[in-house]
Design a protein around this ligand. Structure first.
Ligand SMILES: Cc1cc2nc3c(=O)[nH]c(=O)nc-3n(C[C@H](O)[C@H](O)[C@H](O)COP(=O)(O)OP(=O)(O)OC[C@H]3O[C@@H](n4cnc5c(N)ncnc54)[C@H](O)[C@@H]3O)c2cc1C
Length: 473
């Protein structure tokens, strides 16, 4: 059976006419670059609080063309690098920020209800599973201890025995899991297109096929036309290479996923995931999966990095890319052998050098931007939109005082530059090679204990050399 290269998500959207490109010079209060979650949430929160603002969103392709319309649909109530961010924060602020992050899925749900956006939202929580080899269980227990020591409660992160886990998802040879309720799953293309329609109803202008060719303080060139703007707000995440100088600080990494054909109820009885739970196994293969509203299993895993940080445009997955994901899927769910894979696709996501997101704003030059969510941007972009809106409107809120906020335009003072090539490429590939060897050895039950310890030590050492927070897409 041929495998569709377009994303499952956009294929499920009703056909609609493209929005008009920009056809003449324009003057606005806020010019937002990029119609993904970050740009649209920023427009949404700005317009709700300050309806008089003239806001335009410029998208080089169509709404949700970037990662927002292609991702795995996990809407997480946390932030990549949260613990490092909160390390130096006082107890009261820390508790308030933790509650802010955990509350993201519920606050998104409130907006969905208010705006009538249907995107298959289900808050089934997230399962971090030890399922492919025993070392994962040890890792899981350490992770749980770390989370509780950092102040998270049993209600936030709870251990599930193998038999408790099997009430939620049935995987071959599972050892146990951590369950957290702070996650929902959504159909991301429906969310981003519903959000675009909502901001338009509020009076925001969204231009498609309107590439921002140049920008500086107060001034942009969009599809050959001049735009004057009080604020310029690039929200381009994994597409930063298309929006200099952001590309030096935010590198494109690809993540890839596959989807099965819809499966029958009897097949799902063998798997579980009945409540829309997000799930992954805690190896370094960065897997993620959930059951869609139309009863498919969507399964993603680590992608790739292209020399020079080049964007990937063709997401027709190669035979190797498909079989790697299918192999991992079948290791977890051998009961799915023979189930056809109908779709394979991917997207570019943005990674900063310190592997943490940023939200920054400079009132003197009228510049604000957010990104670098590193594969955890569906919920984080909601927070970013709210935060950028508060910063632009000069409101004093919990969001604007968060440790991930910087109040200046100078990117080099907030973000570290990536190393030049070929260092990045060599570093990435060394880490991936170490992770692959480790995974092959650990997944083989006959590997000798000394080999298992050695490959894990090497993989841990190599990734720590790149960064303690390294995550491979
Ligand atoms: C395969 C995959 C799976 C993922 N899974 C998850 C997940 O399950 N959960 C999670 O939390 N996160 C996930 N992510 C990450 C998440 O999707 C992103 O972090 C998030 O969508 C980023 O949103 P954004 O609006 O900042 O960027 P994007 O959605 O990438 O939007 C940026 C937009 O800017 C436009 N643009 C760029 N340059 C210009 C220009 N010069 N002029 C005009 N427009 C421009 C682009 O065309 C693009 O549409 C995943 C990402 C991928 C790729």
């Amino acid at each position: 059976m041929p495998i569709a290269a377009n994303t499952l998500w956009t294929e499920q959207l009703p056909r609609s006419l493209a929005r008009e490109p920009l056809r003449q010079p324009l003057e606005v209060d806020v010019a937002i670059i990029g119609a993904g979650f970050t740009g649209l949430w920023t427009a949404y929160f700005l317009k709700r609080q300050a309806p008089h603002l003239r806001i335009a969103v410029f998208e080089q392709q169509t709404v949700g063309f970037g990662a927002s319309g292609r991702n795995g649909g996990w809407l997480l109530g946390c932030l990549l690098g949260e613990e490092q961010f909160l390390a130096g924060v006082g107890p009261a602020q820390k508790a308030a920020l933790r509650a802010l992050l955990k509350g993201i899925p519920d606050r998104v749900f409130e907006v969905l209800q208010r705006e009538g956006i249907e995107c298959g939202f289900r808050k089934g929580g997230v399962l971090t599973c030890a399922a492919r080899y025993p070392e994962q269980h040890q890792h899981l227990c350490e992770e749980l201890r770390r989370l509780h020591a950092a102040g998270h409660s049993e209600a936030d992160y709870r251990y599930l025995t193998a038999s408790e886990l099997s009430e939620q998802v049935r995987m071959a040879g599972a050892y146990g899991a951590i369950y957290s309720p702070h996650c929902a799953t959504v159909q991301p293309a429906q969310l981003v297109s519903g959000l675009a329609a909502a901001v338009e109803r509020l009076g925001v202008s969204v231009y498609e096929y309107s590439r921002v060719e140049q920008w500086r303080s107060g001034q942009l060139t969009v599809a050959g036309h001049s735009v004057q703007a009080g604020w310029v707000v690039p929200c381009v995440e994994g597409h930063a290479a298309d929006c200099p100088p952001l590309g030096r600080y935010q590198l494109a990494v690809q993540s890839l996923q596959i989807a099965t054909e819809p499966m029958a109820a009897a097949q799902w009885d063998e798997i579980g995931l009945a409540d829309g739970q997000a799930a992954h196994e805690c190896s370094r293969q960065v897997t993620y999966f959930h059951r869609t509203r139309d009863d498919r299993l969507v399964f993603g895993a680590r992608g790739s990095y292209r020399f020079g940080g080049r964007l990937r445009e063709n997401f027709q997955l190669s035979a190797d890319e498909l079989s790697y994901r299918r192999r991992l899927l079948l290791e977890l769910f051998p009961q799915l052998t023979g189930v056809p894979i109908s779709h394979g696709w991917g997207g570019n996501l943005g990674m900063t050098r310190h592997f943490r997101p940023y939200m920054l704003c400079d009132t003197s030059s009228g510049f604000a931007s957010a990104g670098g969510y590193g594969g955890e941007g569906v919920g984080a972009s909601f927070l970013a939109g709210q935060t950028l809106a508060d910063l632009i409107l000069q409101r004093d809120t919990l969001c604007t005082h968060a440790p991930w906020v910087t109040r200046q335009q100078n990117l080099s003072k907030t973000l570290r530059r990536w190393e030049p090539e070929p260092l990045r490429w060599l570093g990435y590939n060394a880490v991936i090679a170490a992770f692959t060897v480790e995974d092959n050895v650990l997944a083989n039950p006959t590997s000798a204990p000394w080999r298992r310890r050695l490959v894990s030590a090497v993989a841990g050492g190599v990734s720590a050399l790149v960064s303690p927070e390294f995550k491979a897409g």
